[in-house]
Write a protein of this length. Structure first.
Length: 312
């Protein structure tokens, strides 16, 4: 009978699951709906049922289950409220272990396990201390120090999207604060920069390739690659904010590398180049010239990182 490990990445719409061999190779992946009604009471039972069906299909033994959830989680697997799932405070780790009968169960924040997955099998390969930044609708982060997730005292470590990078900002972030990194480097943040007009004397939006089209982060980065001056200035402002933010993170945790993922990162090397430039401008000499890499695992990073927690 073969031994398997299961990686679970719980999202607000779907739950991604992966079946891994003892060697850490992904054998199969699948998804089930996330049923968030009734305070998400059916989420864990649905996951357990899906795992059991796969175990029977493979006629194998489940040696460990790792799971990521969209919210803060303590080191011992207590979820400190997941608003998108309807969950309050409870030990999801103990409950999943009880429901499955598997003793080797670990749970962590989804951004943190994505960082762990990238360090193990993705853009962070070869390092054991990385900071991963996920640039999507929002900005997420995960910090790995010497192979261990930096969770913090309340499970909220790595939430770099809401660090302050502009004390003069007057508009509010979704978190209620002002001047958060997310307001400038998320997909919506890049568009926001473009729509505001940068500063007196800068190029004009009306004179750029963005005039008359729906402005998206992709259109802005594509325009910059083609030499559009306005788009290039927007990208510079994006890089200035992200580089400044990551310099502050480096001062605290001194990673070997930064891994940048999420939808915005599909723009490619232009992201790395502009971010690294401003990072080096703002960080102390001893921390300059860190490695900057693009994430490689995409939506599978979470299931890889979840398994890494339990496979050793």
């Amino acid at each position: 009978m073969a031994n398997y490990y299961i990686g679970v990445d719980v999202g607000g719409t779907t739950v991604k699951l992966g079946l891994f061999s003892e060697e850490g190779e992904l054998q199969e992946k699948w998804e089930i709906p996330t049923r968030t009604e009734n305070s998400g009471k059916q989420i864990l039972p649905d996951i357990v049922e899906s795992i059991e069906q796969k175990r029977q299909e493979k006629d194998g033994h489940v040696s460990g289950i790792g799971m990521g959830v969209p919210g803060p989680v303590t080191d011992d697997g207590v979820v400190l409220k997941c608003a998108n799932l309807g969950w309050g405070v409870f030990s999801a780790q103990n409950e999943l272990s009880t429901l499955t009968g598997v003793g080797n169960v670990k749970i962590a924040n989804d951004a943190n396990i994505a960082a762990l997955g990238e360090m193990w099998k993705g853009g962070g390969r070869g390092f054991d201390s990385i900071v991963m930044v996920t640039l999507g609708t929002g900005v997420g982060g995960g910090i790995i120090v010497r192979g261990k997730i930096l969770t913090g005292s309340m499970g909220a470590g790595g939430e770099i999207g809401h660090m302050k990078v502009n004390a003069e900002e007057t508009e509010s972030c979704n978190c209620g604060g002002k001047g958060c990194l997310e307001q400038y480097t998320s997909a919506t943040g890049v568009v926001r920069i473009a729509m505001k007009h940068l500063h007196p004397g800068a190029s004009r939006l009306e004179d750029s390739c963005l005039e008359g089209i729906k402005i998206t982060a992709k259109a802005i980065f594509d325009g910059a690659k083609e030499g559009d001056i306005y788009c290039s200035e927007v990208v510079e402002e994006f890089g200035r904010k992200l580089g400044f933010g990551l310099a502050n993170v480096a001062q605290a945790v001194d990673p070997e590398a930064f891994v940048i993922g999420g939808g915005v990162s599909r723009a490619g090397e232009i992201i790395l180049d502009v971010t690294k430039k401003y990072y080096n401008d703002h960080v102390m000499f001893a921390l300059q010239n860190k490695e900057f890499r693009l994430a490689e695992l995409g939506n599978d990073a979470g299931i890889y990182g979840a398994v890494k927690m339990v496979i050793g």
